[in-house]
Design a protein around this ligand. Structure first.
Ligand SMILES: [Zn+2]
Length: 382
């Protein structure tokens, strides 16, 4: 399964899609109301099939509801059902049942097999109207679902999920596919101080886009909260704020692409720890969202695949920070605040991040069967 995202051309016609999203929001809220009422009356959960049948009947008499395809309506019911099942299963862990949503903020609708048609080129027919999108890449494979999404700025995106056929053969990550160009292998450690520390000793600092733009955002958000609720000015201020946020994430993404290309130019094999984002968040707090490691890895994976480079992820439980990269001695504990430490066994002084990246490189290359590679300059023969 692959998810492709395309931006739709701005066009007056897009208002029909927006109307469909609004109608979906209205139907969604109606379903929630029905769920609540049913539970109050009968003390039990309304079955999904029953709800779907009821909504389908109502839809026949309501032209506004008919703007949304019948499949999208079914999808709404199924989504609510899923949310309820999640709630039944995990309510003790604090999961809440699905609730009402503001129609203005309702984001999307999803079609499965019917209600749309790709007309070739960059044209797609949704309902009975034709829309154009920025075709940034080919849509290969069988289309599973098509979702139209509305951003807070009112722009529309089309998200297509395809069942990608494995025809290229690169997918399996088989080791022989790696093109040996540089003959270099490196380990990387993500960190708070430096974004990435490479096993060759270089540190790549995060540009901290968020921090730079924090002032602009604080100002925009103050402007927003000062404006009268429901006023045009407030909506303008909201859009301004959203734009500021998007600006940051765009700049960050650009930087990620550039970095991904630099690293894959320099190395053939890149080793990382498998990210445990939840754990990192607990450990480091919310600053991690600014660093966005996960997003970077996705981009890097894509670039690496294009260039026939190999990414190796090592076991997240491997104690990369606590192990001495010189002698293999493992510390009992290592506080997050300690940046350098002396190994009690071999007396070598270890920089926390660099030491970790060396370990990651060593473990990563051992999984390749390359043996104990210490230097990133060591040639590899995969
Ligand atoms: Zn040691």
């Amino acid at each position: 399964m692959k998810t492709l995202k395309f931006k739709l051309y701005q066009h007056k016609r897009n208002r029909f899609l927006k109307r469909m999203i609004n109608a979906s929001g209205v139907i969604y809220n109606h379903c929630i109301a029905l769920h609540k009422r049913y539970y109050r009356m009968w003390g039990k959960h309304i079955r999904c099939a029953k709800l779907q049948a009821h909504i389908a009947k109502l839809r026949k008499r309501n032209p506004f509801w008919q703007t949304v395809g019948s499949q999208a309506v079914q999808d709404i019911c199924q989504r609510i059902e899923k949310a309820y099942q999640l709630f039944f299963k995990h309510n003790k862990k604090g999961v809440r049942p699905p609730g009402f949503k503001k129609v203005k903020k309702y984001k999307s609708f999803t079609l499965k097999q019917a209600g749309y048609k790709f007309l070739g080129g960059n044209r797609v027919k949704i309902g009975n109207k034709i829309y154009q999108f920025w075709k940034s890449r080919e849509i290969e494979g069988t289309v599973k679902t098509l979702t139209i999404k509305r951003t807070p700025l009112g722009e529309l995106f089309m998200v297509v999920v395809v069942n990608a056929e494995r025809s290229r053969g690169v997918d399996d990550g088989s080791k022989s596919e790696v093109e040996i160009k540089t003959g270099k292998i490196a380990g990387f450690d993500f960190g708070l101080k430096a974004f990435l520390t490479c096993s060759d000793g270089t540190k790549i600092d995060s540009p901290q886009f968020f921090k730079q733009s924090l002032n602009a955002i604080t100002k925009a958000s103050r402007q927003h909260s000062k404006k009268l609720k429901g006023s045009t000015n407030r909506d303008e201020a909201r859009k301004n704020l959203v734009r500021k946020y998007e600006d940051i994430s765009n700049r960050r993404r650009d930087w990620f692409w550039k970095l991904a290309h630099e690293l894959t130019d320099e190395f053939d094999v890149l080793c990382f720890e498998t990210l445990n984002l939840k754990g990192m968040q607990r450990l480091w707090g919310r600053k991690i969202s600014d660093l966005a490691f996960g997003e970077f890895l996705k981009i890097l994976e894509w670039v690496a695949k294009k260039k026939n480079k190999l990414l190796v992820f090592i076991d997240p439980w491997y104690p990369s920070s606590k192990t001495c990269s010189s002698c293999g001695h493992i510390l009992e504990t290592l506080d997050l605040s300690i940046r350098r430490w002396r190994c009690p066994s071999c007396q070598s002084e270890n920089d926390r991040d660099e030491n970790a990246s060396l370990n990651i490189q060593r473990v990563g290359s051992s999984t390749l069967g390359v043996g104990d590679v210490r230097q990133s300059q060591t040639a590899i023969s995969v």
